[in-house]
Ligand binder design. Sequence first.
Ligand code: MTE
Length: 759
Amino acid sequence: MSLIGQSPARPDGVPKASGGARYADDFTLPGMLWGATVRSPHPRARIARIRWRPERAPTGAVCVRAADLPGPNGVMLIDDSWPILADGEVRHVGEPVALVAGGDRLAALAAREGVEIDYEPLAPVLDLETARGAPPLAELELGDPGVEEALAAAELVVEGSWRCGHQEHIYIECQAMTAWFEPDGELVVAGSMQCPYYVHKSLVHAFGLEPGRVRVKATAVGGGFGGKEDYPSVIALHAALLARASGRPVRIAYDRHEDIVATTKRHPAVVRHRTGVDRDGRLVAMDVEVEMDGGAYRTLSPVVLSRALLHAAGPYRCPRVRVRGRVLATNTATNGAFRGFGAPQVEFAAERQMDRVARRLGLDPLEIRLRNALAAGDRLPTGQVLDGTTAARPCLERAAELTGFRERWRELEAARAGRRDGEPRRGVGLSLFFHGAGFTGNGERRMRSPVEARLDPEGRIEVLTAMTDMGQGCAAIFPQIAREAGGLAEGDVVFAEPDTSVVPDSGPTVASRTTMVVGGAIARAVVDVRDRVLAWWAEREGLETGEVVDGEIRPGGVRFREVAAAYLREVGPLEVRVRHEPPSWQSFDEEAYRGAAYPTYAWGAEVVEVEVDPDTLAVRPLAATVVCEVGRAIHPTLCAGQIEGGTLQALGWALLEEVRLDEGRYLNDRLATYIIPTFKDSPRIDVHLLERPWKEGPFGAKGVGELPMDGGAPAAAAAIENAIGIPVPAIPATPERLFERRGEALAGEGAAGGGGRER
Ligand code: MTE
């Protein structure tokens, strides 16, 4: 029986649930010191002077400033423009200015008193409006010169401006890292991260060490959601600098408050649409402008913007599309990778815009989407022709059928007018969404991620990759793929820990690429090792080359592991390296923004029902029905779990989660004040998987980890509009914001509001 489509227990489940798993903050080294960070209290200031006053710090404390760095003062990501420690100027509250270490956690915190910094405050840029005056951190255009003409000729043009706020990752485990130097001078760093080789690259760059003299080990990861893509390099560098200064191992572990203050967040965005349609509601032109708040430094913003541009038109067919995007700099903490990577912001806007267009035409939300949903053979704005697994319409139809969406929406539209005061209002909203998995553009082709497989002394196949399981489940899915590909039994395949001295650089655990991209390479590597062993065995025994079924070689009935152990004894070590090969037809012109930015897309449709308190305007999500096309679900329970989790994360972003700032300082920088959904706030989430196996993915799988993040917010916002008639142009849709909007709605800017013109 095939292992694909089964849901075995995850191997990391019991250790994680029982406390057995070792997280970054769990292991202690002899003589270890604790590190702490001295941070800027100003959103922007010149650093006039920094003095280290050891007499004010506990005995034995050490301090590191920018002047003490052994090499370039830059965290190497796409470039190294993000300072490791501020030098000359601070650009956001919480920016690291100096590092200290002491004998224990309290001594480290006390050692901060020994650092004296004189600042001269400068005028900060705190919002996008002011930021427009300065050069952007990134700028891109997906152009179509025919857009203006097509808009001018359109029968109806609808304008809309949509805004989304920050989001904090709130992984369960805060950022933590330990660094030390081995007696031979090797720098070792162990901690919580998604991308061991990103951390490795930044250490090599900053310390000027040979790559082989730096070793990075990922410990168990208590959630990442993108937040452990970029920031672990910073904290690893900090721990390593303190280890260098003190000659001792150093641990830095943030508490929740520091984690919220210091680490990256989702980019807030403003997205403006001008949409041209004909009388039947068919899209004829779209002009989209995306503006994102990158915070103080560039970091990963150019790639976040790129993905945003490529998803900005939504899953809709439109012959003329132009998308222009900019990331602007503000004096707030750097914004970075977060599940969806720019797509949730633009898909929120695209979906809200479709609802607005529908209202102007008198169509319901399902109808406008059915008329415009992409189908196989359609072209994306980059010219890419969609493959046969394209499932926008099937997802829509299924979601509508499961929820009786059209009737329910109409019933609640009609009921809105007749409600008595004090009566709770119900509303339903619909969203359609898609997500391209893997690196954007030619990233996968440049990387050609290697995976290795080798025989271990017990005749098992050991697979080596740099991927980490941050909760998404690759610790369970990889063995399923490996065993199914090789015909192997449980225990015949083992996986190496992600340690850069052992595993190859199979790329970062990001971009929903783990299962789809690396999983495919794992299958090929295992098959390669198996076939070499089989060929040797057949020759030695004078047999036809057979097959392996459930760990047994047929014909013959010998255990594969025994034969593999014999191979090792008689022939010697066997190790193979295979590389991920993107589909040969996939190519993308990164200058012109033309071609296939992703080899395929996963699709989803979602219906959310909410209840709104008419007095407080508090919104309670009651039910979410999510239909996702995922290629093939390798492990349906985990796949559905990804969709449930991503949906709730999206609803949190839409309804509750608000990073409030005053003069560049977070006002709600603790879990007591930054509110994320708990079980009590969670609606019933029904997940329905559609499977259209994609021939290039392992056993047909597509990447799914980020997809559900794209659909929840627009569906929830649409449901609020259906319930109370207030358009929701900005999220989070907190009661305070809805009150502001209610004023506008009463003043005549009702649900059908927004600019535009008709011919
Ligand atoms: N699920 C859990 N439980 N924890 C996480 O940190 N990260 C998300 C998503 N799901 C995350 C998660 C992000 S940001 C990505 S890119 C994908 O998982 C990565 O997994 P995949 O490549 O297997 O889709």
